[in-house]
Design a protein around this ligand. Structure first.
Ligand code: PGA
Length: 248
């Protein structure tokens, strides 16, 4: 476990209209005072400005779910990291497995996006994780090590980069790895970081994939788990706050 404050991030994915996004942000804001962990909301791009207004001046951070590697240019439909910073974002998720799978994003692009984020003053949350077939073949650790090596941005530091281990087969399925398997991956990530960074212990290593109030006390208590990236359960303020309190 790092000395840093745990981070609990809600990835709203492609969910929410203005009215329910605002209601969710207000409900989370109302309970945030009792939380010691750092809280982060990553709404869809359409709601970033609105949610940012709602949480402005609070301790809750604002993040995005993706960015383009370039700071501007002819990239129809994309959003650049400096635009996200301009909206008040502090973080951006890069390399989520849904983007890797649905948009063919490979490690080199994820790394470029993370570098674009750093250049814009944002902290990238770099996502990694093996597929079920890879785990069944006994390749989980080697896949994650390869993704880490390929996706970590140049100029990374523990203060600026967050790593999220999200086994693809655990996302949205209600299935989670055995505690020992989570610790094995997070331990590997810490050791790999230690080979390159003097401040390896300062990197926050999040677990993501079917985290909910009932399983979070155990997951968040595991070695080298410094917070969580929450999908489905982040859409219910009560559940998100319950998880955040367990991380405190
Ligand atoms: P989940 O998603 O909590 O719904 O499993 C996690 C994620 O994809 O970040």
């Amino acid at each position: 476990m790092t000395e840093a404050r745990p981070l609990v991030a809600g990835n709203w994915k492609m969910n929410g209209r203005r009215e329910d996004g605002l209601a969710l942000a207000h409900a989370i804001l109302a309970g945030a005072r009792e939380v010691r962990a750092e809280l982060l909301l990553c709404p869809p791009a359409t709601l970033i400005a609105l949610v940012g207004e709602a949480i402005r001046g609070s301790t809750i951070g604002l993040g995005a779910q993706d960015c383009h590697p370039a700071p501007s240019g002819a990239h129809t439909g994309d959003i650049a990291a400096p635009m996200l910073a301009d909206l008040g974002c502090r973080y951006v998720i890069v390399g989520h497995s849904e983007r890797r799978a649905e948009h063919g994003e490979a490690d080199a692009l994820v790394k470029a996006k993370a570098e674009g984020a750093l250049a814009a003053g944002l902290n990238p949350i770099v996502c990694l994780g093996e597929s079920e077939a890879e785990r069944d073949r006994g390749e989980a650790l080697s896949v994650v090590a390869r993704q880490l090596a390929g996706s970590l941005p140049a100029g990374a530091s523990g203060a600026r980069v967050v790593i999220a281990y999200e086994p693809v087969w655990a996302i949205g399925t209600g299935r989670i790895p055995k505690p020992g398997d989570i610790e094995a991956v997070h331990g590997l990530l810490r050791r790999e970081l230690a080979r390159h960074f003097a401040d390896a212990n300062a990197f926050r290593l999040l677990y993501g994939g079917s985290v909910k109030p009932s399983n979070c006390p155990e997951i968040l208590g595991l070695d080298n788990v410094d917070g969580a990236l929450i999908g489905g359960a982040s859409l219910k303020a009560e559940d998100f706050l319950a998880i955040a309190k367990a991380a405190s």
